[in-house]
Ligand binder design. Structure first.
Ligand code: GRF
Length: 214
């Protein structure tokens, strides 16, 4: 897992693993030493490492070293959750499939401050998306989504706190689907669900199934 901050999505995967999800968390990698995620990993006995860009000078050199270290842990899947870097082509080409969780119903509201922007735009629905990572920020092929209604009384904090538990369930469902082979990643960038290329993002059901509505 690639992280920069709080690590609540990491914690959701740690908890799911403890509850029986058959995954191995082979490493947690951060670009920020103060990331709470590093502490969560250490507490759970997951190997955790921080590499700072300042130690490497320029971004491209840093990313080569960072992703070589990630690759050395031999992940089958790389999960970005709150990892605050734009990942370059070289890292993407040489890595295991990489997914990211983003707090909006992509392709709407890429980038930062999504809760505030959704409220400012007067949207009635908000949500989270798991997508494949490409060089375009929050722009890769969509895998799965979960929605939440926006309330008239919401502020960015209430909206974020209602969405976050759903984000966790969505990410766990996607990782579970990848772990059991329901979700696969073709070399050409296609995402297959149960062997079929996805036409539309899967939708998280109330009982945490990923429904193909395409
Ligand atoms: C989440 O809201 C995720 O969707 C976004 O960054 C946040 C990370 O939270 N990409 P955490 O570090 O997993 O708690």
């Amino acid at each position: 897992m690639l992280v920069s901050g709080r690590g609540s999505n990491l914690q959701a995967l740690i908890d799911a693993r403890i509850a029986g999800l058959p995954i191995e968390l082979v490493g947690v990698f951060s670009d920020r030493p103060q990331a709470l995620a590093l502490k969560r990993a250490a507490k759970a006995g997951v190997p955790a490492l921080c590499m700072r860009v300042a130690e490497f000078g320029e971004e491209a050199t840093y990313q080569r070293a960072f992703f070589a270290t990630v690759a050395a842990s031999r992940p089958d899947l790389i999960v970005c959750a709150g990892f605050m870097r734009l990942i370059g082509d070289a890292a993407l080409a040489s890595s295991a499939p990489m997914i990211n969780i983003h707090p909006s119903l992509l392709p709407r509201f890429r980038g930062l401050h999504t809760h505030r922007r959704v409220l400012q735009a007067g949207e009635s629905a908000h949500g989270a998306t798991v997508h494949r990572v490409t060089r375009e920020l929050d722009g890769g092929p969509l895998i799965a989504q979960v929605s939440v209604s926006v309330r008239a009384t919401d502020d960015p904090e209430t909206l974020a706190s209602r969405l976050l538990p759903l984000e966790h369930r969505l990410l766990v469902a996607c990782v579970a689907a990848a772990a059991c082979g329901d979700l696969t990643f073709a070399p050409n960038g296609d995402i297959l669900h149960l062997g079929r290329a996805l036409g539309a993002p899967l939708q998280l059901s109330e009982n945490d199934e990923l429904l193909d509505c395409g």
